[in-house]
Design a protein around this ligand. Structure first.
Ligand code: BES
Ligand code: MN
Ligand code: MN
Length: 458
């Protein structure tokens, strides 16, 4: 790296970290309506920061739901490629709050980590690219490629607005590659590029028995308890090996080739690592697949929440009339979320005994899984950028999480999608004590710069 830029990046570190902390103080939780104003403030903060960074055409795009921010710098020349950078500034809720060691919206440095909600997912990773562009503009006055940013505030609640915006503004967003940092690498010295993400379908289940809560002495044994009926239904959704029992669930799942299995077997992540990261006493799931395959290439059905009846202090001998669960399915390529939704809904109705009523309310349309070939020039350029900064070639692997808009980018822009993450597997995404490994933040800025420079050579 050029000495002037190198010195700049070194000296800028405290300011870059302080700015990220300022952004993290805004509780931009998109799934809670009470935080709508905060999501907007997070967008406004980004607009101001992008202006200081030297970006142009910065626009806060208000929508029916949550805002987005667009910005660009398009003076590299029309012979140079254009990179579209995507990220999100909305975050997940923070409960259970009592398990946080420091408050989620008071970003705190402990050792090499910055703790805060959104530190890794995804303000920290998004900010990497704003600071990379700023560093280049402030030291050289230009960028090696044309750059566009589209940063949304609704990823954690389904990306509805951006999913509609992209098809309607395909010209504005046209690019030769889409760069996304919203995933993780394997360790601080083992970068990883994802070539697939899982899709999603989710719903709330309501089980209703009696028309109102009943005294369990007077009615117990004669009227079906809604909590019990829900537990019986949910327990029937998996067999003893962890396979989903919904008829037809696996019909469209692609069979992994021997080559792909061999390649995934080289990923240095297995039972030992997942047990250490999760703190669970044993691994779970389909025995014929490795944990990388189970989380990357196999579909699942998860019970995200269940409630009903009396849970306050003391005891209350009651037969609850209603019980609830929130479930979600992680989908793999070729599984259609609408079809899976119908299969699951039909099966839940079929499992319902005549003693209760079962309602299934889907949350949105769901998302298809994502898969991309990784021998494309843009992804290989990302590989070289990682190698320059981390000193190790990236591993190509699959991930279980989802980023709904990637399929829309793939379909509408026809550009290769580069999933270049800087999080770590133990960043506690969506959980208490979310953190971002600070060396990954600074190395991320260098890698982003290296990627733009590598793209310019294509
Ligand atoms: N950044 C994550 C997705 C992710 C997590 C990718 C871990 C790779 C590794 C993203 O913010 C996320 O949480 N997505 C949601 C999507 C859902 C709310 C529609 C998810 O996967 O649950
Ligand atoms: Mn994310
Ligand atoms: Mn997330």
């Amino acid at each position: 790296m050029e000495p002037k830029l190198n010195t700049y990046l070194h000296d800028a570190q405290p300011r870059q970290l302080a700015e990220l902390q300022e952004w993290l103080r805004i509780p931009s939780i998109s799934t809670l309506s009470a935080h709508k104003g905060d999501v907007h403030r997070a967008a406004e903060w980004l607009v101001t920061n992008m202006r200081q960074a030297g970006l142009e055409n910065i626009t806060l795009i208000d929508t029916d739901t949550q805002p987005m921010v667009y910005a660009d710098w398009l003076h590299a020349g029309s012979d140079r490629p254009t990179v579209l950078i995507y990220g999100h500034f909305d975050v997940q809720p923070v409960d259970p709050l009592n398990l946080w060691h420091t408050p989620p919206f008071e970003p705190t440095v402990r050792g090499d980590d910055l703790f805060a909600r959104g530190a890794s997912d995804d303000k920290g990773q998004t900010f990497i690219h704003v600071k990379a562009v700023e560093a280049l503009l402030q030291t050289t006055g230009k960028l090696p490629v044309n750059v566009k940013f589209i940063i949304e505030g609704e990823e954690e609640s389904g990306s509805g607005a951006i999913n509609r915006y992209v098809p309607a503004h395909a010209d504005q967003l046209a690019a030769d590659a889409v760069l996304i940092s919203d995933t993780h690498i394997l360790s601080p010295d083992q970068p990883a590029i994802l070539y697939g993400l899982r899709g999603m379908w989710r719903a709330q289940i309501t089980v209703t028995g009696a028309s109102h809560d009943l005294h369990s002495g007077s009615y117990g044994g004669a009227i079906h308890n809604a909590n019990q009926a829900l537990a019986e239904i949910l327990a029937a959704l998996h067999d003893s090996t962890g396979r989903v029992t919904v008829p037809g669930f696996y019909d469209d799942v692609r069979v992994l080739s021997a080559d792909e299995r061999a390649s995934l077997a080289r990923v240095p992540y297995g039972d030992k690592e997942i047990l250490a990261d999760s703190g669970a006493p044993a691994v779970y799931g389909e025995p014929e697949y490795t944990v990388v395959e189970r989380t990357g290439a196999r579909p699942t059905l998860e019970i995200n929440g269940m409630w009903g009846g009396f849970i306050e202090e003391g005891f209350k001998t009651v037969i609850p009339s209603q019980a609830f669960a929130k479930i979600s399915c992680r989908l793999v390529p070729n599984q259609d979320p609408a079809r899976i939704g119908k299969l699951v809904t039909d099966y839940l109705k079929q499992l319902a005994p005549p003693t209760v009523r079962v309602d299934v309310q889907k949350s949105h349309d769901g998302a298809f899984a994502f898969l991309t070939p990784y021998d494309t020039p843009a992804i290989q350029a990302a590989g070289r950028a990682y190698t320059q900064v981390f000193g190790t070639e990236p591993i190509f692997t699959l991930e279980g999480g989802g980023i709904p808009v990637v399929n829309v980018f793939q379909k509408e822009l026809g550009a290769p999608i580069v999933l270049m993450g800087f999080g770590l597997p133990d960043d506690n995404l969506h959980a208490p004590n979310e953190k971002f490994h600070i060396p990954n933040f600074y190395n991320g800025i260098r890698t982003s710069i290296a990627f733009l420079q590598e793209m310019a050579k294509l």
